[in-house]
Design a protein around this ligand. Structure first.
Ligand code: PMV
Length: 323
């Protein structure tokens, strides 16, 4: 019996993490070099609702019905069931694998969800649009993020650079000139839900200070959008450093991340910042392609456990008009 498979890329946030949870804009791009994959095989002899999920990367092999109700996969499939008005699922075996580092700010959870959704929808004969895929993947994001902004499922479902404002229709960014990023995994695992909740508590304690940090971030994101749309790649580096400083003030960096950023700059990066929730996870460095290897090696010798060099291509999206 033939299998059905689907995949989805990783992602990184270029500008605006945390502020995006509070309605400010953020910019994220897909990372095509790492992917999550889902493969489905029908189980014609098994009774309906017998959905076996296997995800070897997280040591999981379980029937869907045996997973806790708040598990990301339970949330995902119950969203699919109600969205498609299904009484039950036909029996199938879904195997999900991924080359995206887990809990590192590369969107592994959202990418797994998008790949699973696409494969499942095709298996059920009900293909989903990118918008529907993003909407349903958002349900499983709640298991990882608590109160997700929705940026991960959006950039991964559409697989395009996005200008994202919570609750508003997504806009795609026309990238005028390609650029190269070195992504370095600090090896420090962090829980997005926990860090988002610490920022929330700090915001509640001192709303004026945090609102001003979020507003500062929004100004940086707008300038970065302009630079991306007009191919002013050299302007992005200083903006990344400025965004990192704001994230330091929010309290989400770590000395280990600051050290990686300084090391990347000494090795010739044009700019660098943490990416994602912080307290670990990734830093990203903007580099001239000829410096990519030196920057990657320096990051590795300063504590990073792995690096990914990725090229963000130019595209021909229509100009986007920030709100
Ligand atoms: O750690 P990541 O890459 O999943 O990103 C979290 C980004 C936040 O802005 C901190 C949270 C969110 O839901 O947008």
């Amino acid at each position: 019996m033939p299998s059905i498979s689907a995949s989805a890329p990783g992602k990184i946030i270029l500008f605006g993490e945390h502020a995006v949870v509070y309605g400010r804009p953020a910019i994220a791009v897909p990372v095509e070099g790492v992917r999550a994959k889902a493969m489905i095989l029908a189980r014609p002899t098994a009774p309906s609702n017998n959905v076996l999920i296997e995800a070897p990367d997280i040591g999981l092999k379980s029937l869907l019905n045996d997973l806790p109700k708040n598990h990301a996969f339970s949330l995902l499939f119950s969203a699919v069931k109600s969205y498609l008005n299904l009484e039950h699922f036909p029996a199938f075996h879904l195997r999900a694998t991924s080359s995206i580092p887990i809990a590192a700010g590369l969107g592994s959870g959202a990418a797994i969800a998008v790949a699973m959704l696409r494969a499942t929808a095709e298996f059920l004969g009900c293909p989903l649009t990118d918008e529907e895929t993003s909407l349903l993947a958002f349900e499983s994001e709640k298991a990882y993020h608590g109160t997700p902004s929705g940026i991960d499922n959006t950039v991964i479902a559409y697989a395009k650079p996005v200008w994202f404002v919570r609750g508003q229709p997504v806009q795609f960014i026309p990238i005028a000139s390609p650029f190269t990023l070195v992504i370095a995994n600090s090896g420090i695992k962090s829980s997005t839900a926990e860090i988002v909740s610490v920022v929330r508590q700090n915001h509640e304690k001192d709303p004026a200070a945090y609102d001003s940090l979020f507003d500062h971030t929004a100004r940086i994101s707008r300038q970065a959008l302009h630079a991306l749309q007009f191919g002013a790649i050299n302007d992005l580096g200083p903006l990344m450093l400025e965004n990192h400083q704001v994230l330091q003030h929010m309290g989400v960096s770590l000395p280990e991340l600051d050290r990686l950023i300084n090391a990347a700059m000494v090795a010739g990066a044009l700019g660098a910042k943490l990416s994602g929730a912080g307290h670990g996870g990734n830093v990203i460095a903007l580099v001239d392609p000829e410096h990519a290897q030196a920057v990657a090696e320096t990051l590795l010798s300063n504590g990073a456990i792995e690096t990914i060099t990725t090229r963000i291509s130019a595209n021909e999206e229509l100009p986007c008009s920030p709100s």
